[in-house]
Design a binder for this molecule. Sequence first.
Ligand SMILES: [Zn+2]
Length: 338
Amino acid sequence: MKPLLGTFYLLGMLVPGWLGYDRSLTQQRQEVVGKVVSPWRILETYPYNRYHPMGEIYQWMSEIREKYTEVVTQHFLGMTYESRPMYYLKISQPSNNPKKIIWMDCGIHAREWIAPAFCQWFVKEDRLWRKSRSSHNNGTCFGTDLNRNFDASWCSIGASHNCESLTFCGTGPMSEPETKAVSSFIESKKENIACFLTMHSYGQLILVPYGYTTNKSNNHEELIQVGQKAANALKAKHGTNYRVGSSADILYATSGSSRDWARDIGIPFSYTFELRDNGTYGFVLPETQIQATCEETMEAVLSVLDDVYEKYWYTNSAIKAKSTALVLSLLMSIMSLL
Ligand SMILES: [Zn+2]
């Protein structure tokens, strides 16, 4: 993070929150949340090497916000299909200088537990710290794959119109409240967003656009180069191998992904991280692997941020802004889709 610390540094985090609850929903929620809050009470002892239910993540968010009131603010993003509010925490150094933004979301696919674990880890290291629930066909099947619901060649390939499918693309592009909320937020700030990262599992991959075509984006080589350097940094930590390439080339064809959408609206660096493992445990990655996974992913993300800073900020913005101090924002989200 060296180059970033040399600048003003902003970090934001999208989080679900508690306000605005319908009482009946709150009650349902309490049944889930009430029984799972584990014994930790203070931020300093929060076990980052464990998976936490949303109730605990909410509590962790609150403690982060309360402990760092000078740099952390909480904002409303939108509501989920089940009327749970989504909030983001914007973590920023007070500054009047122009700001740039990095987006990072974790957990848009609910079963990929290691992804939210990483977002929390990332916040800690900074010392600040599959489907949705919508109802279809008269309530006979549930859930849209939010990462097939973005407006990027929507539902053309690698997605299904059948609501019983795991990759159901929804009833139209951005038909889901969760994707609407994310996309309108990102859209409103896209001029200033240099990098979009979406964290998933599993497969040990760093994916660049596109999934809906084998055609390449106009900075494809640069994306691969930055991604490969990140994969090298990741491997240097614990020896874990990652592959780098476009989704269509090295994983499978997908349409309507947030990564492709972000690149299509002009965000230059857009990546999907598929974290550990390669299928041994799959989505149920053991807690004993959280720490190592987060440590190595940290190296990779920092490598990307370093490169974005060098390639984008320094060369583009610095020339335009000359002596204007540059500001980085990181926006991270943890989705509440359970
Ligand atoms: Zn995923």
